[in-house]
Design a protein around this ligand. Sequence first.
Ligand code: ADP
Ligand code: K
Ligand code: ZN
Length: 432
Amino acid sequence: MEVFDAAELWSRERIAETQLTRLKATLAQSRKCSFYRERLDEAGIGPDSIRSLDDLRRIPFTTKQDLRSQYPTGLLCVPPSEIVRMHCSSGTTGTPVAICHTQNDINAWADLMARCMHMVGVRREDVFQNMSGYGLFTGGLGIHFGAERLGCMTIPAGPGNSRRQIKLAKDFRTTVAHILPSYALILGEHLRNMGEDPRDFPLRIALVGAEPYTEEFRKRIEELFDMKAYNSYGLSEMNGPGVGFECLEQNGLHIWEDAYIPEIVDPDTGEPVPDGEVGELVMTSLCRQGMPILRYRTRDLTRFLPGPCVCGRAHRRMDRILGRADDMFIIKGVNVYPMQIEQVIMTFKEVGQSYLILLENDGIGDVMRVQVEIRDEYFVEDMRALQSLQKVIAQRLRDEILVTPRVELVESNSLPRTEGKAVRVQDLRAKK
Ligand code: ADP
Ligand code: K
Ligand code: ZN
């Protein structure tokens, strides 16, 4: 197997050994800010308290609220002059948090990102188009530096503007793209509207992530462009992209354990869940000097995939993110994640690029409406066909979530588009 760096192929033993050394160093580094020093002292954790990896569990969690409370630079563990860049989380779920990086941090991050891309066959001969937002969002510069590190000609196209994306990709024969799942289908639709077959587009690989999407959605993207789409996971608090990435097997995302320690805990108790069970991902950075973060509660729900990967890499795999704990909504007493809805509707060939879940209260009770875009070629069909499609979708959704939604079929392109992460749920119920 051709690998980008030696750590990619480390054995379990080598990984564990390195994690312990780096965890100790990270703990020492984190004590350089008063927030962590006080927090660790309170928990009775001194500079020499960590003897084995099991001791990690004695370290208190860090929450998003903690990071917000230390905004902008409360968690700095180096002199400010050592910082060369800052990023913010997109603020999808509230006030942003800021993460500051030293040059070493940035280099290590670029290496991890390059490792991800190399793993799925991206090489210096490739032309790479980054269709993600730049600016504070880590999917821009984070991936950009990884692609350059790999030696790809890198086009910082930025988000949206399909006409320009298509022109750039054609003019420079783009072979690899980084693209949001929601935008991939929109770009394909744009090509079709131009009378072109997206399969003739030169793309062969896409890195797809930054927001939850289902296996069904991936299949659509791959078929639409006749290319491979690899799931890319990351979060600003842990640099950004480059944390977890699918290998060629496309069966779970390898988490780079030389750089992070992942845990999966019960979101209510904070206790580890048995291997293979779903819980909240908790992450500790191991290679960061500017702002190390200990046991960060990501609010992302996933599970470890048991057993080794057939690719031979020993870095543990996690399942695709099921959703964020914050995305869950309750309707008629039932807990629902948007991905449960997507999983059902994306199996229908008539369904187009987008959908929207609306939660309302009609004065009597909660109502859930699911608006689903239908592809043009099916929308012109007779009323009866559409009505029965609507009924079947509603039934299938009921089977999945145990609540019957009101399904509304709408014309393609009629639901709102965003340039950033897709908004899948609008909760219009009056907050009590
Ligand atoms: P924000 O939380 O404001 O969106 P980030 O831009 O740092 O901030 O995004 C990180 C979050 O994006 C993750 O915590 C996760 O919820 C989501 N995310 C990133 N990659 C993926 C992916 N491949 N699948 C599902 N969700 C993802
Ligand atoms: K090149
Ligand atoms: Zn693998």
